[in-house]
Ligand binder design. Structure first.
Ligand code: IVH
Length: 717
């Protein structure tokens, strides 16, 4: 179970400290959703909810640029590859697209592009292409000498899975390209499943007693990532080409002509693609495509716009995870009415009581929906962040007819209530004040500093709460933590109930105890000699583990995967980390200051860490665990790579070879931080003609000053 978001404070009223905590929380939450979506093909929130999380993250980052995390979601795409397939590092990263949700967002996009390029109408029209955004999964195909050498999924954008054997079974993917083709060609596009093929496949799966797929996207993803290529071959997958990665030569100089060229080489390109010369034309294409959506035999979730001229694309470049020259204009979410049958309370690993709406199943946009997120008790009452009314303040009651919305995937949102249909005996929902799993009091803590009451009610049962304990164990063995195969949610629940495994350390003593036990695992229901042996093997394989995984597995509040990596890199070894966490209890000491100084680790995380390690019981558990498991030392990473990595650079004066935005983007690409003013922290000033006071200040502070040409020499661009 994923911990749901806490009630949201308006971004504009967040204090710096709250923002820091929020960014951490959002990073962890987004990473978890990425993992579920990309690795497990099993998302638990709607695309719209996911987009909202990313937007909030981006808005907070825009307000507090200094707090942007090293592992910010805005610089990451998708999730690291799942095990089972070989890995392929993309020579050109596979990026994502920024989203637009309204006509105004599109106007702003075009305006932004023009400003960045200083492209005024006198220079002619700025052509932009528009094409459907296919709701499938992206694939990169590498051809050498015109022959397919490999196919890789996007993975985390840098490294994907090698699915070559499977990709070869897809009819739309040519094994050999036609015509005159450059030596190296990487074609990128979307693997998808047509509606009629999806229905036929599900009917076939159902007839064979198998599980059916929720939607064509999941079916396409599940089919492509089969370890047995015969299965992929039996699944009707298709492919649209729309982009490229490495190319030894570019045969054309516009996006549109490149798409036509991909068509000549033997790919399917989308017939609805158009080249437009104004925003109004782009929007007209968008609305036309939206109208034709119901008639298309495949799912699309928006329209992608791309600056047509490739030289302009090159100048525009990228901003963290997405190109500046493209944007996805998303379709509005689909909606439907249904009945709220019940509200179920789930207890998470940190004791958070999370309400989930149980809905009368209904089909929205081709998918059956029966659950919706309810976030917290205020949300049910119709109270939003900062006490603002939600759904015009209407509270949710069991029996209500509700309007739900989903944008692409599984768990949707309740956006409104039809009060006219409310049953006469419907009562306001009473949120439990005791934990449904252990009966302990469940409380809403008050934040000492802000005086605000937390939106989340938490069980105070701690260790005695079976729900918290099992959720903690599930987290401990999860894929990004200890990743113990064969120890899934079902097994953890069963082992816990039988008191075989109640703490992480007991996972590692299971085999020894099993040897002495009369009721051996292999004789239990659902187990056999092979599965028991495999489980013990999988457990033993984790007796040595990366430090960051170990830290993440501990489930310390606010310490997600990103923070765990930062901590592992900063301290290098478990012993150093552990000692530092003990020493950091002294708020005037060096260890506390050092912990807070780690780039990306804020006050809230630091406090959570100190609190965790101060607890005798946690230390006791750790001792037991460390008797079984050894965390491997981590590589201490200092900023490396380019000569300006980690440096703070100031650009001043008029630059002649690039715009200010381009200069900033370039510096960031090489790992530098760009600042607007010269201070003691400045490492380098790049000065063009007409530089004034900043140059003087640089001289005063003895900061290195170089010319624009020197800059290009330095970074080797
Ligand atoms: S262009 C550098 N065009 O949308 C960006 N992407 O949200 C290259 N997608 O990762 C992507 N249809 O998987 C592009 N016509 C289209 C697309 C498309 C679907 C997917 C693609 C991408 C994701 C971004």
């Amino acid at each position: 179970m994923i911990d749901t978001p806490v009630a949201q404070t308006d971004v504009d009223s967040l204090t710096e400290e709250e923002a820091r905590g929020e960014l951490k929380r959002l990073a962890a939450e987004i990473a978890e959703h990425d993992r579920r979506y990309h690795q497990e093909d099993d998302p638990v929130i709607s695309d719209a909810d996911y987009d909202a999380l990313r937007q909030r993250n981006a808005r907070i980052e825009a307000r507090f640029p200094a707090l942007v995390l090293g592992e910010s979601p805005s610089s990451q795409v998708g999730a690291a590859p799942a095990s089972g397939f070989g890995k392929i590092t993309h020579r050109v990263p596979m990026l994502s697209l920024d989203n637009a949700f309204s006509d105004d967002d599109v106007r702003e996009f075009v305006g932004r592009v023009r400003r960045f390029l200083k492209f005024d109408p006198l220079q002619g029209v700025l052509a932009v292409t528009a094409e459907p955004k296919i709701d499938g999964l992206s694939l990169s195909l590498r051809y050498e000498g015109g022959v397919l050498v490999y196919a890789a999924t996007r993975g985390d954008g840098t490294t994907g899975e090698n699915v070559t054997v499977n990709a070869r079974t897809i009819g739309d993917i040519p094994a050999r390209l036609s015509g005159d083709v450059p030596d190296v060609v990487e074609v990128r596009g979307e693997v998808y499943m047509a509606h009629k093929d999806f229905q036929a496949l599900n009917e076939r799966m159902e007839a064979n007693g198998g599980k059916v797929f929720a939607n064509p996207r999941n079916a396409a993803a599940g089919s492509l990532r089969q370890l047995k290529s015969e299965i992929t071959a039996s699944r009707p997958l298709r492919f649209f080409a729309y982009a490229w990665g490495e190319m030894s030569a570019l045969p054309e100089d516009t996006q549109f002509a490149m798409a036509e060229c991909l068509g000549r080489w033997g790919f399917q390109i989308n017939p609805l693609m158009k080249r437009c010369e104004s925003v109004e034309e782009l929007l007209a294409v968008y609305h036309r495509i939206e109208e034709s959506r119901a008639q298309l035999d495949y799912d699309i979730d928006g329209v992608v716009y791309k600056v047509d001229r490739l030289d302009l694309q090159e100048r525009l470049g990228f901003v963290s995870r997405s190109p500046r020259w493209a944007i996805a204009h998303k379709f509005p979410a689909e909606q439907a009415y249904t009945i709220l049958n019940d509200i179920e309370i789930q207890v998470g690993r940190t004791g958070a009581l999370t309400p989930v709406a149980k809905l009368e199943p209904i089909t929205v946009g081709g998918v059956v929906v029966s659950n919706a997120t309810l976030h917290n008790e205020d949300y049910i009452k119709g109270i939003g962040q900062d006490g603002e009314p939600l759904r015009e303040g209407k509270d949710l009651r069991v029996g209500d007819t509700v309007r739900i919305q989903r944008a692409g995937d599984v768990i949707p949102q309740i956006v409104d209530i039809d009060l006219e249909k409310r049953p006469a005996d419907a009562k306001p929902y009473e949120f439990p004040t005791v934990c449904p799993a252990c009966g302990s009091h469940a409380v809403r803590e008050e934040n000492e500093k802000t005086g605000r009451v937390d939106a989340i009610r938490r069980c105070t049962g701690g260790l005695i709460c079976p729900a918290q304990a099992t959720e903690k164990l599930k987290h401990f063995v999860s894929r990004n933590a200890f990743d113990i195969e064969g120890l899934g949610d079902k097994q953890v629940d069963a082992f816990y109930q039988e008191k075989l495994v109640t703490t992480p350390a007991e996972i590692f003593t299971l085999e020894e105890r099993d040897k002495q036990s009369l009721t051996k695992l292999r004789n239990r229901e659902g187990w056999g000699a092979v599965s028991a042996k495999n489980l013990f093997g999988a457990i033993n394989a984790r007796r040595s583990i990366d430090l960051n995984r170990f830290i993440f597995a501990l489930g310390i509040r606010h310490v997600g995967e990103g923070n765990a990596k930062l901590l592992a890199r900063a301290y290098g070894s478990w012993d150093a980390f552990y000692q530092a966490m003990q020493a950091a209890r002294d708020p005037n000491g060096e260890a506390w200051a050092e912990l807070n100084d780690i780039d990306g680790v804020g006050h809230i995380v630091a406090e959570a860490l100190v609190e965790f390690f101060a607890e005798a019981h946690n230390r006791e558990q750790l001792d037991k665990l460390l008797a079984q498991v050894s965390p491997k030392d981590a590589e201490k990473i200092e900023a490396s790579g380019s000569p300006v990595a980690g440096k703070t650079v100031v650009f001043t004066g008029s630059l002649e070879q690039m715009t200010r935005d381009e200069a900033k983007a370039m510096a960031e690409r090489f790992g530098a931080k760009v600042s607007g003013s010269v201070s003691k922290k400045t490492d380098l000033v790049v000065a063009g003609p007409g530089a004034g006071s900043k140059l003087k200040k640089a001289a005063e502070l003895e900061v290195d000053v170089i010319s624009e040409d020197d800059w290009f020499d330095l970074v080797g661009a």
